[in-house]
Design a protein around this ligand. Structure first.
Ligand code: HEM
Length: 135
């Protein structure tokens, strides 16, 4: 039998599960980068490591937990917009940031565009919670 965080909710929302699974993929990537940086003593990609862990793991896992506890918010149109904005922007943003850190300054506009899309994803998340979180 499936357990829920909120006994009043019928089950975890599908959206919450997808967010949580994606977040652990980012955790594995982020932790692997941390180990590689420590082993090589090359910390060039430190900001990528920090953002993969904090936006990819922490922020996405929190979204997954929130959308699980509040399935109405997890299944809203704003949640879908949040999902696609964040999940399309973040991989592009991380690769572009890595390239910029290695001196590929031509990639800066791509990085800027991905950052704006990711920020729109965060704004959508905030709007979703304000509109759809109800007792
Ligand atoms: C086994 C897991 C991890 C390893 C081996 C690791 C390793 C590292 C290393 C080697 C650095 C660079 C330290 C330096 O420059 O002196 C670093 C920085 C950092 N890590 Fe991790 N880390 C791990 C997990 C995490 C997690 C889970 C988070 C966040 C949720 C995180 C967030 C950060 C942040 C914010 C920085 C500082 C970035 C900066 O100053 O630009 N790390 N980590």
């Amino acid at each position: 039998m499936q357990t829920t965080l909120n006994p009043a909710a019928p089950a975890f929302s599908r959206a919450g599960i997808v967010w949580l699974k994606l977040s652990v993929v980012y955790l594995i990537i982020g932790v692997s980068m941390g180990i590689a940086m420590g082993a090589s003593q090359n910390f060039t990609l430190r900001p990528v490591h920090a953002h993969v862990n904090l936006l990819g793991w922490t922020t996405m896992a929190l979204a997954g937990l929130i959308y699980s506890v509040f399935p109405k918010a997890g299944e809203s149109r704003l949640a879908r917009a949040h999902f696609w904005l964040m999940n399309l922007a973040l991989p592009v943003m991380m690769v572009a940031l890595g390239l910029v850190l290695f001196g590929r300054m031509a990639v800066v506009p791509v990085l800027g565009a991905a950052e704006i899309v990711a920020a729109l994803g965060i704004v959508t998340f905030a709007a979703n919670l304000f509109i759809n979180l109800k007792n």
